[in-house]
Ligand binder design. Structure first.
Ligand SMILES: [Zn+2]
Length: 698
């Protein structure tokens, strides 16, 4: 990889976390695939040679467990879903250059070759461990075959991940109070010999790697903490039949172990790139230049799989002699009407459903990419969707496109003969720079913003110059409309990564041939053809009663699902959260089981404070140094809120502070107390009345 700005001379690969081939796609999945698709298209508009590759994740217990429940072979089961995904993604204009799957020949071979190399290089060793076993079912219980309690945070956890709590990856044998998901019986632990990858050997490498990593800050900060806490070696084999066989050395007995799904899943990024090269030829795209040379590798993933991509994966690549990712963008979760997306409660917008309702895919693409940055959680409601579509796409972009092109058609039958004015040329050049900068910042929201703002400028420009009051033959009128046609074209070029169909339609309306996806940003400044036909409107308003109807439908569905749920205990076997950046169950930490006495609470000296100053700490991505007045004195506090708040706005704000927290030192700065905040976004707690500074919370 290079660290030059995009576009670089090297080819690039953009990937998105693989979907587990075991359930219907929904809006949580789509957010990631659409975001990565838009990013890959945006890189191409910069002139960066880019391939967007992905594939279905066929292995692992999420697939095996579901196939078993349906009484079908896991391969048939997974292939069925794989084919459905292949059909569904293009319907959302998610156009992979290659979409493979982890069970195909290329991936089996590539995986075995990489693992063999790691073994030959001495990074893999054998160790006897305790493995959960169900005596009634007479089988071992890897990963999702077992549930229990997370040893780190006490939340209910799956065998391989603390999905409802701290999101940590759990090693075999770690989950406490294991219960078999096959029979519901308590599991026994038995001794088995497994293979381990020496991740701990890569701590220094990973620290350097993270220092240079681009993308979202969460993909760097959490892993740094894990390295600081000490890296554990990683068990990479499982007692299962479904998976890729462990590749033993020549002359050795065949192994009865298969590789853990998280070994072969990311290798599909390489395999899928290989398949693309094989199809188009290495002259058009050379996978080795990317993966073994200096190419640019960018991963878009859900934030629940950061550890797999920012720790295990680069360590594997380094150990096997491959190139490392340049950027990792980890997306936040999707909430629905402010509540966690839940497939078991049917609180989701399903891909199929969205299409059946007859909405154009570009509307959802625009909503999902521009409502939040990649890292933020995005809330979806039909109300908010309507507001965005009617306000930005219909009101700003569509309105500008239609009125300017219609005016041009009626008076000039196309693009008037004139040169673009300096003012408009400068404004378009500014928007192009803005897009270039935002792509380099991995901000698709910024790209969408630059395009919409340019359309807004167009609306103001036409309004200000009132061409309808001028004689169409006049130089002034000709100039204004010539400018507007250019702005319309530029908006289409800038918006293409996000709304490719609509941009293509505009492209055709102004008489351009070919595919707008092949256009580069600079083409936004090229004159459109002279003649074009009467334009049509490209966006349609969503009416209020339509929104009411959809909201009601969703509420009824959720209510029906929770009625069914009353009968069953809380378990969710539907689609996995692997790539979709959402949590399967409500996105909330479970309540603590244990109660505490009032005395215990009294031991917490929690006070009302007022923030006097706030500044970032150099070298720390998300830490800020705060001075907080707590009545008796002013405390210096270090808090992980730099990325999440506008620090300039904090002074004067009231906050809530744990005053008798042990002192700590972070990045060389002493923290004397702890400021209280809610959730991943560190929403700062405050008081609503006029509680005095220093007042104790009780
Ligand atoms: Zn946990």
């Amino acid at each position: 990889m290079s660290h030059e700005d995009f576009p670089t001379d090297e080819p690039a690969v953009v990937t998105c976390g693989l979907p587990y081939a075991n359930g219907d796609l929904h809006i949580g999945h789509l957010r990631g695939y659409i975001g990565a698709d838009a990013f890959s298209r945006a890189l191409e508009t910069l002139g960066q040679e880019t391939a967007y590759v992905c594939g279905s994740d066929m292995h692992g217990t999420p697939v095996a467990v579901n196939a078993e429940q349906e009484g079908v072979d896991p391969e048939d089961f997974a292939l069925d879903w794989h084919r459905q995904y292949e059909e569904t993604f293009p319907k959302f204009n998610v156009e992979f250059d290659n979409y493979g799957h982890t069970h195909d020949e290329t991936n089996v071979e590539t995986t075995q070759e990489i693992v063999r190399t790691l073994d030959d290089e001495g990074y893999i060793y054998e160790k006897e461990i305790q493995v959960a076993y169900d005596p009634d079912a007479d089988q071992y219980l890897p990963d999702r075959y077992v549930e229990g309690t997370c040893p780190y945070c006490g939340a209910k956890a799956r065998g391989d991940e603390c999905d409802e709590g701290c999101q940590r990856h759990l090693e075999p044998g770690e989950v406490e109070d294991p219960t078999s998901t096959i029979t519901g019986n308590p599991a026994e632990y038995r001794k088995r010999t497994h293979k381990f990858f020496e991740v701990s050997e890569f701590a220094d490498f990973l620290t350097d790697f993270l220092d240079g990593l681009e993308g979202t800050s969460n993909a760097r900060n959490q892993p740094r903490q894990w390295i600081e806490d000490g890296l554990q070696d990683w068990c990479i084999t499982r007692d299962m039949d479904w998976g890729i066989d462990y590749p033993t050395a020549e002359g050795e007995d065949e192994s009865d172990l298969v590789l853990y799904v998280w070994v072969d899943a990311p290798i599909e990024y390489i395999s899928s790139s290989k398949q693309y090269s094989e199809r188009v030829g290495t002259d058009a795209f050379d996978w080795e230049q990317v993966w073994k040379g200096d190419g640019e590798i960018m991963h878009v993933i859900g934030r629940d799989i950061i550890q797999h991509h920012a720790i295990f994966w680069p360590a594997m690549l380094e150990g096997a002699g491959y190139n490392k990712p340049r950027g990792i963008a980890a997306t936040g979760f999707i909430t629905i009407n402010g509540k966690g997306l839940s497939t078991s409660r049917n609180r989701a917008i399903w891909a199929k459903e969205y299409l059946e309702e007859g909405f154009h895919p570009d509307l959802l693409r625009y909503y999902l990419t521009t409502t939040g940055g990649l890292q933020q959680d995005v809330d979806f409601s039909w109300d908010a969707f309507q507001e965005t579509v009617n306000g930005e796409l219909v009101g700003t972009v569509g309105n500008f496109w239609y009125r300017s092109l219609l005016f041009a058609y009626r008076n000039y039958e196309g693009t008037p003969d004139a040169a673009v004015s300096d003012e408009v040329r400068d404004r378009i050049e500014g928007a192009i720079d803005d897009v270039r900068e935002n792509v380099n910042d991995y901000s698709m929201r910024g790209v969408g913003g630059a395009a919409t703002e340019l359309a807004q400028f167009g609306n103001e420009y036409i309004q200000r110059n009132e061409p309808w009051k001028l004689d169409a033959e006049s130089e002034d009128a000709t100039q204004v409309i010539r400018d507007c046609v250019q702005i319309a074209k530029a908006v289409a070029v800038l918006l293409e990564p996000i709304t490719p169909d609509k941009a293509q339609a505009l492209w055709a309306q102004i008489g351009e041939d070919g595919d707008i996806a092949d256009a580069h940003l600079e083409d936004a400044l090229e004159a459109p053809p002279r003649d074009f036909d009467e334009p049509g409107e490209l966006f349609e308003k969503i009416e209020d009663d339509r929104v009411d109807e959809l909201t009601e439908k969703l509420e009824e569905r959720v209510a029906a699902a929770s009625d069914d749920d009353d009968e069953e205990t809380e378990s969710d076997e539907s689609t996995d959260a692997e790539a979709d950046g959402m949590s399967d169950t409500d996105d909330l930490e479970p309540l603590a089981d244990e109660r505490i006495g009032f005395e215990d609470f009294q031991e917490l000296d929690v006070r009302v404070g007022r923030i006097e100053s706030a500044e970032g700490i150099e070298g720390a991505d998300d830490l800020a140094r705060l001075e907080v007045d707590i009545g008796f004195e002013t405390r210096q506090i270090v808090a992980g809120i730099k990325q999440l708040h506008d620090l300039d706005e904090l002074p004067g704000e009231k906050c809530v502070l744990l005053a008798n927290m042990e002192k700590a030192e972070l990045f060389g700065v002493e923290s004397n107390g702890m400021i209280l905040a809610a959730g991943e976004e560190a929403d700062l707690l405050t008081t609503h009345g006029d509680a005095a500074v220093g007042e104790k919370i009780k």
